[in-house]
Design a binder for this molecule. Structure first.
Ligand SMILES: [Fe+2]
Ligand SMILES: [Fe+2]
Length: 492
């Protein structure tokens, strides 16, 4: 009977998830082009020739889309952009453009723009300049905008206001939380920067890791402040950017563990950067092997197993890493050794796996298991992954550290989907710091309004119902894949 309340919502799914990747790429490209144009229009006046090239490039992107789909509609709903009714996914490269567009439109109370037919150069130019020329904070901007378009005899574009519900939503608007915004920025910037470093190393170019170090210091600061915020970011599993996303996640888990181990900020920074670089040796493995959907041949496995040692070599050659101490090098070398040394590389003489190595091993296994991969599209739920790790604990992990890790991610790890006794579904958002209330974390309730947009309402499970009981309690965990819920969305 309880299950009735949580039937998979196929309709909502169609409108919200599963955007075909081609459309998604076109969308990203469009947003980036808009971003550039909006920025440039603030530097040059509308007649400046410096603009031409950007106008041409944007026109191509816009018109290609219109020719394909008939019309082009961009709409802001919450923090998301919908392109012709489909939500665009965030991408690492696109993140800044997304943010910029959403912020600029919201400031001007513009909620959507519809292009009804193919545009010409002059129309696009006028459009951008009217948009950016709007006074911020004026509610009637959309009407003014449309009037200005008509004055210029432009009938191919129509603008709509930002919907009221988007301006003032419920009591808890997660996007307004400050540290969360900082964390998001650090998270995406780190993935982008790490990607650059990895690409440079791959191309045998000089890689600058100073920025990466700076970002890790920021992450250390965030983790010291509130570990749950960055931990929440690890729920954003980006399938297309696996290696980069994975490295950053492993770094976040390692930092949170290091904090609980009582490491100083200095040691935490070292651990963070070591964890981030743990798979840097993979930059020398051909992509065909790295992303192979099927099983690896013996030879390919041989290649794969070299990555800890290759990683050590690379790190020793990274000039700006500053003082590379033994802890960092050994941490990278050790991360696949396993507790009983049955992993790789094979050692000639027995040794104890280093502390950095043991920490990274756990973080690495957990993140790898909970992330969809080319060869395993449906990942383990956090609960399943922890169960597997517990089963393997003597072979693979340091059992004390593993216990600590489970305490850290919680009985209900951040990002788990749970069923509540109120028949609502919730996503674990923040563990309860009080060990006594470990089973009563904060959850985001999974609800959808008519348009299928997920509302982000936060509920604290320690809340009482007036009598002796609690307002809501967890009944069990659910598999998000079954219910077609995009967990990442709730952390963006
Ligand atoms: Fe690895
Ligand atoms: Fe890894």
């Amino acid at each position: 009977m309880m299950e009735l309340a949580v039937q998979p919502q196929k309709e909502a799914r169609r409108s919200e998830e599963a955007m075909d990747s081609e459309l998604s790429k076109l969308g990203s490209n469009l947003i980036t082009k808009f971003h550039v144009l909006m920025r440039i229009s603030q530097i040059y006046d509308s007649k400046n020739v410096a603009l031409n090239q950007f106008i041409q490039e944007s026109l191509l992107a816009i018109n290609t889309f219109i020719q394909r789909e008939g019309t082009l509609c961009l709409k802001i709903v919450g923090d998301d952009i919908f392109l012709n009714e489909q939500r665009l996914r965030y991408s690492v490269e696109g993140f800044n453009s997304f943010k910029y567009l959403v912020i600029q439109w919201k400031k001007r109370f513009i909620g959507d723009v519809l292009y009804k037919e193919v545009l010409d150069e002059e129309t696009l130019r006028e459009f951008i300049y009217i948009l950016m020329g709007l006074e911020e904070g004026r509610e009637e901007n959309a009407t003014l905008f449309n009037e200005k378009l008509r004055e210029r005899h432009i009938s191919s574009i129509e603008v709509g206001p930002l919907e009221v519900s988007e301006r003032e939503e419920g009591a808890y608007i997660l996007e307004k939380e400050d540290s969360r915004e900082v964390a998001k920025k650090v998270f995406f910037e780190t993935i982008g920067t790490f990607k650059e470093v990895m690409t440079n190393i791959k191309g045998k170019q000089h890689a600058d890791v100073r920025k990466l170090k700076r970002l890790v210091r920021k992450a250390v600061h965030l983790v010291m402040e509130d570990e749950s915020i960055l931990l929440g970011m690890t729920a954003i599993k980006n399938y297309d950017e696996y290696t980069f996303n994975h490295s950053v996640n492993v770094s976040i888990y390692s930092l949170a563990m290091g904090r609980r181990l009582g490491f100083s900020r200095g040691v935490l920074s070292e651990l963070g950067i070591t964890a981030m670089l743990h798979d840097i040796g993979k930059s020398k493995i051909p992509l065909e092997v790295l992303n192979k959907p099927g099983a690896l041949s013996d030879e390919e496995w041989g290649e794969m197993k070299k990555h800890p040692l290759t990683g050590v070599e690379i790190v020793l050659n990274l000039k700006q890493l500053g003082e590379v101490n033994a802890r960092m090098v050994v941490g990278i070398f050790d991360h696949h050794l396993k507790n009983d040394l049955s992993g790789y590389p094979k050692l000639f003489r027995k040794k104890r796996v280093s502390l950095f190595g043991r920490v990274i091993q756990i973080a690495d296994a957990y993140d790898a298991m909970t992330t969809p991969r080319i060869y395993k599209k449906v990942p383990f739920t956090p609960e399943q992954a922890l169960a597997v790790m517990l089963k393997d604990r003597d072979v693979c992990f340091d059992s004390i550290l593993l216990k600590m890790f489970i305490g850290l991610v919680g009985v209900y790890p951040i990002g788990s989907l749970v069923l509540l006794d109120t028949h609502e579904m919730g996503i674990i958002f923040k563990p309860n710091p009080d060990p006594q209330w470990i089973e009563r974390p904060q959850v985001v309730l999974v609800e959808r309004n008519k348009r299928g947009k997920g509302l982000k309402e936060l509920a604290d499970l320690t809340e009482r119902n007036g009598g002796n009981g609690f307002k809501r309690s967890i009944v069990k965990t659910l598999d998000p894949n079954k219910y077609h819920i995009d967990i990442a969305k709730y952390f963006l």
